[in-house]
Design a binder for this molecule. Structure first.
Ligand code: SAH
Length: 361
């Protein structure tokens, strides 16, 4: 397929593997056209808004053995921490003082920390009723997700990481893609706004895998999508592999902005950790969310899922300022509202030209 045809189709919110391949092999001039179309799509729906979410990394204990992740259970060199309930509430207070209206509570799969989560959600909602709560605590039982939802959690982030079943089983020993996808369905059934996504450039990931990852996102139609390049961590089985491509990540962001225009799309920390100007480009090509870290400065370097994580050595106000400057530099506007998903309303008001699963591929 020619690039011009692919771009035309994307602008009509169509997506298939041919379109993806045409875009992934585009020339720099063609990519410039793609990026500008993606920017126009974001302007049309979100204007210049970039939503801010305060990120609290509440535990780096993890019972999983994910080959890509630096805090996996087998990494015995990693110092471990777990925030107390009071410490999490202190972070929430700081987030609220900065004016954020979403907190993202992320951690490894840590039964002790997650056991306390219900009470923490209730306390945050009592103190800050207008604050949206996003959880990112990995695989849990249906009943646990339900308990947290009833306690007041609004959203859940859990990437499927890769849509390739064999690769998934290899890099996440003891877990399966199907159970992760099942959990995403439970979350949606429970009324969470659901975020998912994948890693770009995992070892042994092919272009066909990448296209399948993007098609899976298109099929799921999540409220939010988090994608980022794989970054090798020295104390993991994947230490010797190269990192994922920044350019491919940026191109995928633009594809997603066009194919799923309503979606909340963060400029993820992994991009900024590899190249300091990549988040600016992400914002210019369609990303509309940033998650400033509000974890305690002394501990944040311990949430070392990959090395040299951007912002690991900053305090909360330095991170906040850096991100406001970045948004300014992109000629966009920081938005401090909850920034809830537009998926439901977009579906109602825009039925005429997208019917992804049924559309004419
Ligand atoms: N336990 C939670 C949160 C995991 S950390 C869960 O399982 O969902 C959040 C994300 O960081 C992961 O979903 C993964 O995509 C990403 N990540 C982990 N290790 C990484 C690495 N080495 N490079 C880039 N991203 C990584």
């Amino acid at each position: 397929m020619l690039f011009t045809q692919a771009l035309q189709a994307l602008k009509q919110e169509q997506l298939n593997v041919d379109i993806i391949n045409a875009v992934l092999t585009a020339t720099p001039d063609e990519l410039a056209e793609l990026y500008s179309a993606a920017y126009q799509a974001r302007l049309k729906i979100f204007g210049k808004k970039v939503f801010l979410r305060g990120l609290i990394e509440f535990s780096n204990h993890c019972s999983n053995l994910c080959h890509y992740c630096g805090i996996n259970a087998a990494n015995i060199e990693q110092l471990r921490y777990r925030l107390s309930s009071d410490e999490i509430l202190e972070c929430a207070k700081i987030g609220s003082q900065l004016g954020y209206h979403t907190l993202v509570l992320q951690a490894g799969e840590d039964p002790i920390a997650t056991h306390r989560l219900e009470d923490i959600i209730i306390s945050i909602k009592e103190k800050y009723p207008h604050m949206a709560i996003t959880l990112s605590a990995g695989m849990q039982s249906y009943d646990t997700y339900k308990k947290w939802r009833l306690a007041g959690a609004d959203r859940y982030l859990m990437r499927f990481e890769t849509s390739n079943r064999e690769l998934f089983a290899k890099v996440r020993p003891g877990t399966t893609l199907d159970e992760r996808l099942q959990a995403l369905e439970w979350l949606r059934d429970l009324g969470y706004q659901v975020g998912t996504g994948h890693l770009i450039g995992l070892p042994r990931q092919t272009n066909a895998d990448l296209a399948a990852d993007i098609m899976l996102l298109y099929k799921i139609r999540p409220d939010m999508i988090g994608i980022g390049p794989f970054i090798p961590h020295p104390a993991t089985p994947l230490a010797a592999y190269p990192h994922g491509s920044i350019d491919t990540t940026l191109t995928e962001l633009a594809i997603l902005r066009l194919a799923l225009p309503y979606v909340l799309l963060p400029a993820t920390t992994a991009l900024g950790s590899l190249q300091s100007d990549a988040p600016l480009r992400a914002l210019s090509y369609g990303a509309n969310v940033i998650m400033p870290n509000i974890s305690p400065p002394a501990l944040r370097k311990l949430y070392a899922i990959y090395p040299n994580k951007a912002g690991s050595l900053e305090d909360v106000s330095a991170t906040h300022e850096r991100i406001l400057n970045l948004i300014n530099k992109a000629d966009l506007t920081a938005d401090f509202s909850r920034g809830d998903s537009l998926l439901a309303t977009y579906r109602q008001t825009d039925t005429q030209h997208h019917a992804p699963s049924e559309s004419s591929h």
